[in-house]
Write a protein that binds this ligand. Sequence first.
Ligand SMILES: Cc1cc2nc3c(=O)[nH]c(=O)nc-3n(C[C@H](O)[C@H](O)[C@H](O)COP(=O)(O)OP(=O)(O)OC[C@H]3O[C@@H](n4cnc5c(N)ncnc54)[C@H](O)[C@@H]3O)c2cc1C
Length: 516
Amino acid sequence: MKDTIERVVVVGGGSAGWLVAALLAAESGLRVTLVESPGVAPIGVGEGTWPTMRDTLHRIGVSESAFFRECDAAFKQGSRFDRWTTGLDGDYYFHPFVAPQGYGDANFGKRWMERYGDAPFADVVSSQPSLCLEGRAPKQAQTPEFAGVVNYGYHLDAGKFGVFLQRHATEKLGVEHLLAHVEEIVVRQDGPYAGDIAALRTTEHGLVEGDLFIDCTGMRSLLLGQHYGVPLVSQKDVLFNDCALAVQVHYPAADTPISSQTTSTAQRAGWIWDIGLPTRRGIGHVYSSAHTTDEEALQDLRAYIAATGGGTPLAEPRKIAFDPGYRERFWHRNCVAIGLSSGFIEPLEASALALVELSAGFLVDDLPATRAQMDIVADRFNETFLYRWERVIDFLKLHYVLSKREDTPYWNDHKQPATIPQRLRDLLALWRSREPSHRDFPRLEELFPAASYQYVLYGMGFRSEFPARPADHPELADRHIQEAGRMTARMLSGLPANRALLDHIRERGLPPANPQ
Ligand SMILES: Cc1cc2nc3c(=O)[nH]c(=O)nc-3n(C[C@H](O)[C@H](O)[C@H](O)COP(=O)(O)OP(=O)(O)OC[C@H]3O[C@@H](n4cnc5c(N)ncnc54)[C@H](O)[C@@H]3O)c2cc1C
């Protein structure tokens, strides 16, 4: 039996499958086949990405201008949270993508509280909240593809994104695409790796053989969950949301400004996302079925749409139910689950596609050359991604724990100590007397670094009681904070409106990317 890894089979043609297949084909040199059922549609949501997506798209060699045109994409500079802290009018804060000015030189939490605490932390240490409030783009027409004046990710049409990736992966990167429904998993019967997947039996193309199988079959988790029986570790007792109603809404006028951020507005028993694309808004209500009914959730969604400019829905809202959790492990034998097949937690902070990118990147960078090496890499992958899932859960839960809302059982239940992960409780206890710091998040590629925690903690009114020790480098903090203010003024005068730049990109494109 040969031991080398030569052929990778990706099962699933949603955003996860195509991103993984494209990155593998672009960088691994292996033969990549993507099998996609003609009868099972991709989930069709997932419109908010992180800045990591710029690097991923650049790595697979697409043109950013073509991506904007073909995926109806817009810029995303972070998230705005409305009504999360008190639930009252005027209650909002930003979690921008840009790190605080001078982040890395010193920790400015204490200085901000002592001297600038009347103004929101995010506004004092970064320009991005002001850019978002003004609907500005993060770059200019002359900025090359994938470069930014400030950090940005994208809002995109998930359906169009899949088609765009498919075309690039098959036409430019040589990915073999089979429209075929997998009906049976065929395993090796003997040898040292008996029990490994040998092939997939498909309705349309017979047997598809491979050395490594990537399960991107969405919530079905056909290979890892169904075939191998790797269980889902439920998080329903920590993060209660398990349903979403998604809808697309026309703009009232063709020149309606396009938001620069995802807006997340807290509701009675969940929250509503609002994402602006060039041609429409994508809006969805994420809620807990234990705390509200579908009818009430729909009423709240309709009320939100009416209160935020109306606009005709393109279709009736679509309900998506999910079981919040992640798989006990993600890589088992010669099968790796990436995307929804590996787990899904509500889309607050939109980390699902970022996890797909990190998983695909890990796979490509650490691809085992032989089956004998595979179990070593699998153990590392499992340890790394378990850590990442747990950190995502901590960070999402933080938003609920810090809320002062007491208007419904949903908000009260979220603050019950038994629902809060121990690690988050420990961090909150430490932060009673110091700022979040790099020491709290020591890994490479932390999904949510100390800066993200500072934005949310301070944005939601958390204040530490510092012992009598001086602030970290107070003069340096002042200089950086003043520089952030000057940069805000410069950027507001130099950066175009989102819609103006997106129109320009559609007509003329951006200058080509700088070589990586
Ligand atoms: C309500 C909601 C909102 C979200 N918002 C965001 C967001 O803002 N940002 C973000 O990053 N993520 C978001 N996500 C997550 C995001 O949608 C997914 O991570 C992303 O779309 C990837 O999905 P996928 O490719 O894993 O699965 P899917 O899109 O479900 O694709 C599954 C694929 O598997 C194939 N398949 C299934 N069975 C078989 C079979 N037997 N044989 C062959 N093929 C098969 C199907 O044909 C399909 O192509 C959201 C998710 C939900 C539910």
